[in-house]
Design a protein around this ligand. Structure first.
Ligand code: AMP
Ligand code: ZN
Length: 477
């Protein structure tokens, strides 16, 4: 039996054959760490985790390398850092913001039952590799230097636009009139740009004297090349990344390395909308993963991460999802039934139910069909005729990253929403008291809001003995 995957490059489902069965390699574009991850960002994390689990199952745990990057250099990051930490020098503010946001991202997705990727490269650790790519592209005529920028010369690549299926003529005709004057072609894109004072800056490539910083696309070419090689198996991300991000990534990588492809299979998850509308702050339907897990803002209650995971997998990964409280309620009810049926049993090592789930997933990750098989398996468990049915059911659900714990843990997760990390709360409260002592009211308020978002309510008072300010906290219900 083969695994078939839909390839955006060919617009077809194709049998998957890894370049090297001993090392199946997948790269997925990770978050830009300037803000809390929202539930749309959770979709590629969950979808490609299912694929990672399936590949490990098919080829062996040691024979799959999954790289998911952290983008920690970006104009949005620079702007947000200065806004949030005006008192710090910009580079320190940027470091603080990216470190905090990355830690929060890890905490949020840990609740979603995802395996850690094999490597999680950070863009700022790969600047040297980006410079090498820029130099190679300039040297072989695919890029040029203009006004301290390095630009990719789109006209130098005859099949530019192949992934997105856009012709260069069309794209150029549609390009806006305010194209930077130093560009030779309107679609030429930035590989490297000069930094203004206060912006992160590194020595520039291609003989440019002014220090600068990388463009967005070059990061992923450098990180994928370093960790997975010039050509690898699968490249994934959300559908919004097809153009320009992935088109430009593959242009850079192919032209630098002289290879016909960058990755053999390009996979893209569909977009997530909330209650029928695009998620946006102005519409008030912007939901972060953290809010869903730790506050009652969405649907009046906290949701265990596993509920979000199942709700997401009920829709095929390529379809858009219209996310709603109802999806979450349905998923929670199912998990409730399933956990009650399996109790705290250990999963079997293999089972007939697992074989059915695996078959559904081999068909381009058909998770709705896999869940249908779980319903049938659950019926068998409930019928109670076979003592080993719960263990056989559990191993099948595990393939989707579901039912990883037992009923006892599930009940705990449900009653407390997500368990509150008392140490972390204590540290935040101490940081807030310190900020208030230093009369940094804005920072104090920001920490209070951060805690409120975690469902923690603060009460300020004075120590009756010493008169020192003290803060107590409780969980909002
Ligand atoms: P970003 O941090 O915006 O670069 O996004 C990180 C990942 O989340 C990328 O793979 C995006 O394609 C994906 N993504 C962003 N918004 C959504 C959404 N509403 N639905 C599904 N995927 C999304
Ligand atoms: Zn990328």
């Amino acid at each position: 039996m083969t695994l078939t995957l839909y390839n955006t490059l060919t617009r077809r489902k194709e049998p998957f054959e890894p370049i090297d069965r001993k090392n199946v390699r997948m790269y997925v574009c990770g978050p830009t760490v300037y803000d809390l991850a929202h539930i749309g960002n959770a979709r590629p994390i969950i979808v490609f985790d299912v694929l990672f689990r399936l590949l490990r199952h098919l080829y062996g745990e040691k024979h799959v390398t999954y790289a998911r990057n952290i983008t920690d250099v970006d104009d949005k990051i620079n702007a947000r850092a200065v806004e949030r930490y005006p008192e710090l020098p910009p580079t320190e503010a940027i470091r603080k913001l990216t470190e905090e946001t990355t830690a929060q991202f890890h905490k949020d997705i840990a609740a979603l039952g995802v395996l850690e990727p094999s490597v999680e490269p950070r863009a700022t650790d790969h600047i040297a590799e980006m410079r090498v790519l820029c130099d190679e592209l300039v040297a072989n005529g695919h890029a040029y230097v203009a006004e301290d920028h390095v630009l990719f010369a789109v006209a130098s690549m005859p099949d530019y636009g192949k992934l997105a299926r856009r012709s260069l003529d069309e794209m150029e005709a549609g390009a806006r009139v305010d194209v930077a004057p130093y560009k030779k072609g309107p679609m030429d894109f930035v590989l490297w740009k000069p930094s203004k004072p206060g912006e992160p800056a590194w020595p520039s490539p291609a003989g440019i004297a002014t220090p600068g910083r990388p463009g967005w696309h070059i990061e992923c070419s450098a990180m994928a090349g370093k960790h997975l090689g010039d050509v690898f198996d699968i490249h994934g991300g959300g559908i919004d990344l097809v153009f320009p991000h992935h088109e430009n990534e593959l242009a850079q990588s192919r032209c630098a390395h002289g290879t016909p492809v960058m990755a053999n299979v390009w996979m893209h998850n569909g977009f997530l909308q909330v209650e029928g509308e695009k998620m946006s702050k102005s519409l008030g339907n912007f939901v972060t993963i953290n809010e869903l897990l730790e506050t009652t803002n969405f649907g009046g209650k906290r949701w265990p991460g596993e509920v979000l995971r199942l709700a997401m997998l009920m829709t095929n990964y390529r379809q858009p999802i219209d996310f709603s409280v109802r999806n979450l309620e349905t998923a929670e009810k199912l998990l409730d039934n399933w956990y009650r049926a399996i109790g705290d049993v250990e999963a079997a090592r293999a089972s007939d139910f697992l074989a059915e789930v695996e078959e559904a997933l081999r068909d381009d990750l058909n998770t709705p069909a896999a869940i249908t098989h779980l319903h049938t398996a659950y019926d068998a468990v409930r019928a109670g005729n076979e003592v080993d049915a719960p263990a056989r059911f559990k191993v099948a659900a595990n393939m989707l990253g579901l039912l990883l714990s037992g009923e006892t843990e599930w009940k705990k997760a449900q009653s407390s929403g997500v368990s509150i990390d008392g140490d972390a709360v204590g540290k935040l409260i101490a940081a807030r008291l310190a900020a208030r002592k230093a009369k940094n009211w804005a920072e104090g308020d920001r920490i209070r809001d951060e805690l409120a978002a975690m469902g923690i309510q603060l009460k300020d008072g004075k120590d009756p003995q010493t008169g020192e300010p003290i803060t107590t906290w409780e969980v909002k219900r």
